[in-house]
Design a protein around this ligand. Sequence first.
Ligand code: FAD
Ligand code: NAD
Length: 328
Amino acid sequence: MNAPIAIIGTGIAGLSAAQALHAAGQDIELFDKSRGSGGRMASKRSDAGSLDLGAQYFTARDRRFVEVVQQWQARGWVAEWQPSLYNAQDGQLSASPDEQLRWVGRPRMSAITRAMLGALPVRFSCRITEVFRGDRYWSLQDAEGNSHGPYSHVIVATPAPQASALLAAAPKLAGTAASVIMDPTWAVALGFDSPLDTRVEGCFVQDSPLDWLARNPSKPGRDTHLDTWVLHASSAWSRQHLDLPKEAVIEQLHGAFAELIGCAVPPPSFTLAHRWLYARPAQAHQWGALADADLGLYACGDWCLSGRVEGAWLSGQDAARRLLEHLQ
Ligand code: FAD
Ligand code: NAD
């Protein structure tokens, strides 16, 4: 029997592995607890249009990722974003232009993972709670009590804290995943009926509850009927205010935004808050991916490398490469 390979997680890491395995002629089946793909690159559809609440843009530095981003650009999945960039330190706002190429999904961040998924077999709204191995094959158990399988191999492509439980069959991998600390991020979106009177389109922030802010309509292909902004709180502020009600988070981050943006900020006509519990690894690692090749269990994700979109994609490639090498 030729059992397929199960991949848990349809973020960019899981889809990167899925594409590489599919291209090598392997059968795969994907699972995600959410209703769609993308994970931290997902975009939220709202009354104010589509909003990138997680990853804001990405850079490509590794040659392999540069090549794949060029292919995505040629297919119209991504476009360059050239924001008017600022830096805010000690409450002082200053223009901070640079030469860095920055990419975004078009017309929204989630366009990338949606296109990568294509027609690959996937089950959404399916939270996997257990990964266990019989004599030869793997099975998955979901939160509704259904089991899935048999599978020849399993790739766990979730954030580290969620991965450690799913890797219990390989205690060393589970222990490594459990050692990774992931920091939270509170994200707030604000929509204004009239454009704010500022040139700022993206801003790195220090010494503030905020860490980053972006003017969503400045990205290519976005809805522009409202002037929407996405604000990210710093890891420290997010951790300190993890359980604050959404209304209070919106009020506090709106206040910090109004203080630093340097123009009149009217009450927003649209607000939304989202808490990313496992937003980014507290530090980068050089693991590539985790593997117990004899068992047939693998883990990948941004936390295995740089904590960025590029790191997640590279980690998925590494998991697939190691699995394929072991098959030969
Ligand atoms: P994820 O995208 O988290 O995918 C994991 C998937 O697994 C999810 O879809 C989840 O639903 C699913 N899952 C989890 N547990 C289970 C389970 N038990 N069963 C089934 N499915 C499960 N990176 C940049 O390069 N540039 C940026 O500007 C940037 N900004 C960011 C801002 C924020 C607020 C956040 C949160 C992240 C940001 N990042 C940025 C980081 C970037 O988004 C991530 O590095 C990348 O998207 C991680 O991809 P991944 O596939 O490893 O994980
Ligand atoms: P990048 O090169 O644009 O930015 C890297 C870092 O360099 C920035 O965080 C910023 O501190 C600094 N920087 C870059 N250009 C600057 C400029 N013109 N003026 C002032 N400072 C500048 O992008 P990257 O290396 O791909 O990093 C991705 C970004 O994603 C980072 O900003 C990172 O903080 C962010 N991120 C956020 C989360 C989260 O949960 N909030 C998670 C992962 C990544």
